[in-house]
Design a binder for this molecule. Structure first.
Ligand SMILES: Cc1cc2nc3c(=O)[nH]c(=O)nc-3n(C[C@H](O)[C@H](O)[C@H](O)COP(=O)(O)O)c2cc1C
Length: 357
């Protein structure tokens, strides 16, 4: 992104406004093509089922992360504080929004640091773009005493953003240098267009420990940047991207046997989508727009209750599929139908073995 700190702050506020106004989509996530199988004889008691998860050496009460959204404008510090209190109260993870604003203007650091102040022992993820220097990546981690570092890739958003980045060369090399420079595991994420299997293989070679596939079907940054423009450019791209379920299946198949943890995100707003993501190979899910709406429309109590409901419903779904723990879902049968199945077959990935496992 072009450097202009005040423009960056007002862009943050515009992103929140448009994310609330625009509905997810119009492209689908693909979760409608994913089916878990109900077990009427689960042979489990409620007390035996446990949603807690270990994730890159960290512990969460459930495999859920409040995904990267904000920081970098004085008006959004309170949003970050509220997100962080909710994460602390429920035991889930929290990623801050892109820290570029504070790397350029240290006066804004407090709008990110507040997440650590509100949640001293919780799992916090720092967030930078893939052009950030390794030195600044380290500063971003230290700024929030982060446990993990997210590096985001968003070429479609940048292209539609009037002031956006136009040069996407050298990013793999830079990610490799970031991985070497920071003392915490690095997770590379998309922001809503998904990650293809071939890109996932290239990313795994950088030494990153996690990939958040950030698929299509939820918050749509092409539509958000289009809405910020005065003209029609970008309208033809609003359905661009790889659906979340498709991207997750592609990346899981291509990275099988590698030491890279997968996170599913993009349009996840209910417990069934969480359970489906875990069954398809994600170790955790990232949720942004759904949590932002709960907070800004219903307040902090509504956000906390919404998170607790997701965790309780995930526990119900574990029981109803005959599983005790989230990781056990990776051995549960999943039926893949429709466009998602057709896509995977065309890409040489078998879906039959998932249904018969
Ligand atoms: C208001 C808002 C701001 C965001 N800012 C960032 C950001 O700074 N860095 C980033 O990696 N992702 C950012 N995202 C993208 C989310 O982390 C997530 O990848 C995307 O919204 C898709 O997930 P969702 O459908 O659950 O919203 C932002 C999302 C929202 C809604």
């Amino acid at each position: 992104m072009k450097s202009n700190p005040s423009l960056r702050s007002s862009r943050k506020l515009a992103h929140i406004k448009h994310a609330l106004e625009l509905t997810p989509g119009p492209g689908a996530t693909g979760f409608a093509d994913i089916h878990l199988i109900h077990r009427c004889l689960p042979e489990l008691a409620w007390e035996e089922v446990d949603t807690s998860t270990s994730f890159l050496g960290l512990s969460l009460s459930a495999p859920i992360i409040i995904n990267a959204m904000t920081g970098g404008a004085q008006d959004v510090a309170e949003i970050n504080a509220a997100l962080s209190r909710a994460a602390a109260a429920t035991g889930i993870g929290l990623a801050v929004g892109s820290q570029t604003a504070a790397l350029e203007n240290p006066d804004l650091e407090a709008t990110y640091r507040i997440v650590r102040e509100e949640n001293p022992r919780g799992v916090i993820l720092a967030n930078i773009n893939a052009h950030t220097t390794p030195q600044d990546a380290l500063r971003a981690v230290e700024m929030v005493a982060a446990d993990l570092l997210q590096v985001h890739l968003n070429p479609a958003q940048e292209l539609v953003m009037p002031e956006g980045e136009r040069d996407f060369r050298g990013l793999l090399e830079n990610i490799r240098a970031i991985v070497a420079a920071v003392p915490v595991p690095v997770i590379v994420k998309e922001v809503g267009c998904g990650i293809a299997g071939e890109d996932a293989i290239a990313l795994a070679e950088t030494g990153c420990k996690g990939i958040d596939i950030g698929g299509r079907g939820g918050t749509n940054f092409i539509a958000i940047e289009q809405a910020r423009r005065q003209d029609t450019l970008g309208q033809g791209l609003v359905e661009w991207g790889i659906p979340t379920a498709v991207s997750l299946l592609e990346v899981a198949a291509r990275l099988k046997g590698r030491d890279v943890v997968l996170i599913a995100s993009g349009g996840i707003n209910n417990s069934t989508a969480i359970a489906k993501s875990l069954a398809l190979g994600a170790r955790a899910v990232g949720i942004a727009g759904h949590f932002l709406r709960l907070l800004l429309k219903g307040g902090e109590d509504s956000l906390r209750e919404g998170i607790m409901a997701l965790i309780d419903e995930l526990k119900m779904l574990l029981l109803l599929t005959g599983n005790k723990r989230p990781a056990d879902l990776t051995n549960t049968p999943v039926v893949v139908t429709g466009l998602t199945a057709a896509w995977l077959r065309a890409r040489g990935i078998s879906v039959e073995n998932l249904a018969l496992r």
